[in-house]
Design a protein around this ligand. Structure first.
Ligand SMILES: [Zn+2]
Length: 297
């Protein structure tokens, strides 16, 4: 049929014409490690769902091959570091393989950007590096921020809000000033990574990025870095999204309650126990929250 012929697609990584499999924006291994993260925000469409974020334009060979090797590294980092949701006690001596972590973060970011169709062109040029076909990538930098839990009353309801869950989003650093780079956020629990990617044809200007953004550089020439509390907490990085999308989360939990009859889901149980509303884990595709904070600094 003509309709079927029109859908000719190619793998977003290697360009092959398939076969395709469903690629998870967030690796299964990571999702399994944050089991209470079950209300996910989708930028396109603007919805909160229990479903996992997946995309269907990745071929089986890429999915089961090089991309799953990167996921294995990400899961190892989770077990060593990213499981932390409270890093206030002591600085973290974060050991890393620069190329593996950067490729993994770029992969998640590229997947997320394709799912909403924003910034895809800037991440596309990272593909040979993500696949390991190129050894290095120029004009891409990595910053790490440890986000702290908020304690105290937040919006009159929460008394503690730890950084729990995963996020992949774009970061807007300033509204009216065109910058020579884009900034992407990939966050796992307390670890917020900012990817600074120079736009095509623009001169690299990492000094400007460092001035505008919070966080410590994760240098490509080293194998470890000391990360200390950044002063940013969950209120700084979530509140914008909480206020913007509150109704979507509430609808989501109400929908789930009515579907499951009297069966309570984990978030509701937590709410019942503490007489508080559901805790909202976030994965926004816009993060004015982080952006606003960046402007203040
Ligand atoms: Zn492929």
């Amino acid at each position: 049929m003509a309709g079927q012929e029109a859908v000719q697609k190619f793998c977003a990584y290697c360009g092959s014409d398939g076969p395709f499999s469903r690629e998870h924006i967030w690796p299964r291994g990571i999702i399994k490690r944050v089991p209470d993260y079950d209300a996910r925000y989708f930028g396109n469409p603007d919805k909160v769902l229990s479903a996992e974020h997946t995309i269907r334009d990745v071929c089986t060979a890429c999915n089961n091959g090089v991309l799953s090797e990167l996921d294995a590294y990400g899961c190892r980092l989770f077990d060593d570091y990213f499981h932390l949701t409270d890093t206030r006690g002591a600085p973290v001596h974060f050991r890393y393989d620069f190329d593996l972590i950067l490729r993994w973060l770029l992969k998640i970011s590229y997947n997320a950007s394709r799912s909403v169709g924003i910034y895809t062109e800037y991440l596309q040029r990272c593909v040979p590096y993500i696949l390991g076909a190129e050894d290095t990538i120029k004009d891409v930098w990595l910053l790490a921020v440890l986000v702290e839990p908020v304690t105290g009353i937040i919006r009159g309801v929460y008394d503690e809000l730890p950084p729990y869950g995963v996020r992949a989003a774009r970061v807007e650093t300033a509204e009216d000033v065109p910058l020579p780079f884009i900034v992407r956020l990939v966050a796992v629990n307390a670890f917020y990574f900012l990817l600074v990617i120079t736009k095509d044809g623009e001169a690299a200007n990492f000094a400007l990025a460092k001035r505008l953004l919070p966080g410590k550089q994760v240098p490509r020439t080293r194998r470890s870095v000391w990360l200390r509390p950044s002063g940013l907490d969950t209120r700084d990085v979530w509140l914008g999204h909480m206020v913007d999308k509150d109704h979507l989360y509430r609808e989501h939990f109400a929908r789930r309650r009515s579907k499951s009859g009297e069966g309570l889901v984990s978030a509701d149980l937590a709410a019942t126990r503490s007489s508080r509303p559901e805790r909202h884990p976030f994965q926004p595709h816009t993060s004015r929250d982080t952006g606003n904070r960046s402007r203040e600094r």
